[in-house]
Design a protein around this ligand. Structure first.
Ligand SMILES: NC(=O)c1ccc[n+]([C@@H]2O[C@H](COP(=O)([O-])OP(=O)(O)OC[C@H]3O[C@@H](n4cnc5c(N)ncnc54)[C@H](O)[C@@H]3O)[C@@H](O)[C@H]2O)c1
Ligand SMILES: *[C@@H]1O[C@H](CO)[C@@H](O)[C@H](O)[C@H]1NC(C)=O
Ligand SMILES: *[C@@H]1O[C@H](CO)[C@@H](O)[C@H](O)[C@H]1NC(C)=O
Ligand SMILES: *[C@@H]1O[C@H](CO)[C@@H](O)[C@H](O)[C@H]1NC(C)=O
Length: 356
């Protein structure tokens, strides 16, 4: 049997992690013959909760799970890591301003990026889930200069899966009969779910989604807004944000990085826009269609883009540019050093030292 790989999940005491950890530990992501050491990172007040999660993982009696390591220290959490799933982030609190929220997240992802840089394997694959996922991913990557920037991505697979599922339900087929939907841009309500290049397998025949659905008004209207606003709809109904479906999407995303996408199929993920053929500004983490082979993704280039799509792709890019510029401004003012003997991370912002 293979040597165990080390996988860290941050925000491990949270609700997404609660659905995610079982799937990872039983082999859904890295393969049924790949032993795993799971590292669970959360903040100090959550350590008692992590102990409960550790007990439950032990009680699952999973043969692939060799060790579970709960910790609140980044130097333990990111040591020799093969795959990092960054779910934990600063949530918006009552009365918290957008800028303060972004500032807190820049500090968190700067620390975690710096820790990845210092302690993880250089081949580590990093998936950022915690919101604002695109910008957090950008900050983490910029803070980890020794790790290839292609090895950082953020999650838009949940939006991708939502879009596939909406089309499948509309056509009365199972979700595996729909392929090549695209999510462009930010993981927010400005994202653009695009089915111009999607195919639906109807009774064994691959049909363009527009022909299979036969309802352009729906595809250009309610379909798009349903996918864009799905997260909010789940919160309204459940009083909690999407967790089961987010965990499933994380598994899909990481499994595709590990094992590749199917021949002739592409998926959506947030990656560096560098060198894209769609006129999206560089130095952004933007969701694009990608194919993956041999643990390396390649953007799907040159798909024809009509005016309808163009406007939506540009709007979501503009939102990300603004957020990036604010975040980079914060980044240049934050100093962060890992205080190893205390096992804590201290962040300073314009002379004021705050502990997050
Ligand atoms: N990209 C996506 O598609 C997508 C989908 C759903 C949710 N999300 C985001 O995922 C994140 C987690 O969602 P959840 O429902 O599990 O939230 P949650 O509040 O249940 O759990 C978050 C956990 O992260 C921990 N945490 C906070 N700061 C941390 C830090 N610096 N280091 C380590 N752990 C830290 C918290 O203590 C908590 O246990 C949120 O930001 C949410 O908005 C993203
Ligand atoms: C981009 O999307 C994230 C995730 O939903 C959101 O938190 C953020 O506010 C969006 N950015 C902007 C500038 O609206
Ligand atoms: C796969 O990637 C590895 C590491 O980058 C490389 O050494 C190897 O040659 C690649 N294999 C193929 C078949 O491309
Ligand atoms: C990650 O970096 C390695 C080089 O260390 C590279 O071979 C690999 O293709 C990268 N992975 C992804 C997903 O791009």
């Amino acid at each position: 049997m293979a040597e165990p790989i080390r996988v860290v999940v941050t925000g491990a005491a949270g609700q997404i992690a609660y659905s995610l950890l079982y799937s990872i530990a039983k082999g859904d992501v890295f393969g049924k013959d790949q032993p795993i050491i799971l590292v669970l990172l959360d903040i100090p007040p959550m350590l008692p909760v992590l102990d409960g999660v550790v007990m439950e993982l032990q009680d699952c009696a999973l043969p692939l799970l060799r060790e579970v390591i709960p910790t609140d220290k980044v130097e333990v959490g990111f040591k020799d890591i093969d795959a990092a799933i960054l779910v934990g982030s600063m949530p918006r609190k009552e009365g918290m301003e957008r800028k303060d929220l972004l500032k807190a997240n820049v500090a968190i992802f700067k620390t975690q990026g710096a820790a990845l840089d210092k302690y993880a394997k250089k081949t580590v694959k990093v998936l950022v889930v915690g919101n604002p996922a695109n910008t957090n991913c950008l900050i983490a990557s910029k803070s980890a200069p020794s790790i290839p920037k292609e090895n950082f991505s953020c999650l838009t697979r949940l939006d991708h899966n939502r879009a596939s599922s909406q089309v499948a339900m509309r056509c009365g087929v199972s979700s595996d009969k729909v392929k090549n939907v695209i999510i462009w841009g930010n993981h927010s309500s400005t994202q653009y779910p695009d089915v111009h290049h999607a195919k639906v397998n109807v009774h064994g025949t691959e049909t363009p989604a527009y022909d299979a659905v036969k309802d352009e008004t729906w595809l250009r209207g309610d379909f798009i807004s349903t996918v864009q606003l799905r997260g909010a709809a789940v919160i309204k109904a459940r009083k909690l944000s999407s967790a089961m479906s987010a965990a499933k999407a994380i598994c899909d995303h990481m499994r595709d990085i590990w094992f590749g996408t199917k021949e002739g199929e592409f998926i959506s993920m947030g990656v560096y826009a560098t060198g894209n053929s769609y006129g999206i500004p560089e130095d952004l983490i933007y969701s694009f269609p990608v194919e993956i082979k041999n643990k390396t993704w390649k953007m799907v280039d040159g798909l024809p883009i009509n005016d309808f799509s163009r406007a939506k792709m540009d709007a979501t890019a503009a939102e990300l540019v603004e957020e990036r510029d604010t975040a980079l401004d914060f980044l240049s003012h934050i100093f962060c050093h890992l205080v190893e003997d205390e096992g804590k991370c201290i962040y300073g912002y314009t002379q004021k030292v705050v502990q997050l």
